[in-house]
Design a protein around this ligand. Structure first.
Ligand code: HEM
Length: 214
């Protein structure tokens, strides 16, 4: 039986690494797309006004921010190959013979960029695509599965989504973001480190200026 300390550690790592990586990718995309950054900031500042802090109950008033999070998870799913599975018996998948006891990976990263599902320019960061396309992240719509699907999908999906949405909303509400002197947002790269969780290879360095609501 698994040691309970290890299980607690697994849950801690599964919950923090993934959420932190997603917030950093979202900020990277927004910095590379200043109009979308301003649009998300405008939405959150108009909704929150002088309340000084975005709370969980405010999130439903932020459809664009939610779309930014979805779009980030489509393009940079925190666990790009989900968790490995093992086939329990011989099977035939779309003409491919998979013997029993084979380790199988599902490429959630490639699924989220499939032009057959996402149309032209699937690589483009475009939160607006979720205005027309209602897509669920709970492993029902196979066009994007950042939390996996089926019996072993992420049990922390609700908490994970709220952590990412709340952190991002507060970062956008409370600060104006700029590139450090001598650097340009066009130079930001999207290189990722290999690993179960896909972290940004080069640290995202930004300058934060406190926003004061008048
Ligand atoms: C943005 C946040 C998160 C993302 C993107 C994410 C994504 C994932 C993915 C893709 C899997 C593998 C699912 C599969 O193979 O089908 C997974 C598994 C798991 N996640 Fe999350 N997760 C997040 C947050 C959390 C949180 C907050 C917790 C707990 C507090 C958590 C706990 C777990 C656990 C325990 C598993 C293993 C489930 C199993 O093997 O049965 N995750 N997660």
């Amino acid at each position: 039986m698994k040691n309970p300390t290890n299980s607690r550690q697994d849950i801690f790592i599964a919950g923090t690494e993934t959420s932190a990586a997603t917030v950093i990718w979202a900020m990277t995309y927004l910095m590379k797309n200043p109009k979308k950054l301003r649009k998300a900031q405008k939405e959150v500042r108009q909704a929150i006004e002088k309340k000084r802090f975005v709370k969980e109950e405010d999130i439903e008033q932020l459809p664009y921010l939610k779309a930014v999070v979805k779009e980030t998870m489509r393009l940079q799913p925190a666990a790009p190959l989900l968790l490995p599975r093992e086939s329990s018996q011989d099977c035939d998948f779309d003409g491919h013979k998979i013997p029993a006891k084979t380790t199988v990976y599902v490429d959630a990263w490639a699924i989220g960029r499939d032009p057959e599902v996402w149309g032209e320019n699937p690589e483009e960061f475009k939160p607006e695509r979720f205005r027309k396309k209602s897509i669920d992240l709970k492993g029902v719509d196979f066009g994007m599965i950042p939390f996996g699907a089926g019996r072993r999908m992420c049990p922390g999906i609700n908490m994970g989504l709220v952590i990412v949405e709340l952190s991002l909303a507060n970062l956008l509400y409370a600060f104006n973001w700029e590139m450090p002197l001598g650097t340009k947002s066009e130079d930001l790269d999207m290189e990722a480190l290999p690993g179960i969780t896909m972290h940004k290879k080069n640290a995202l360095c930004l300058m934060a200026r406190k926003y004061v609501c008048e």
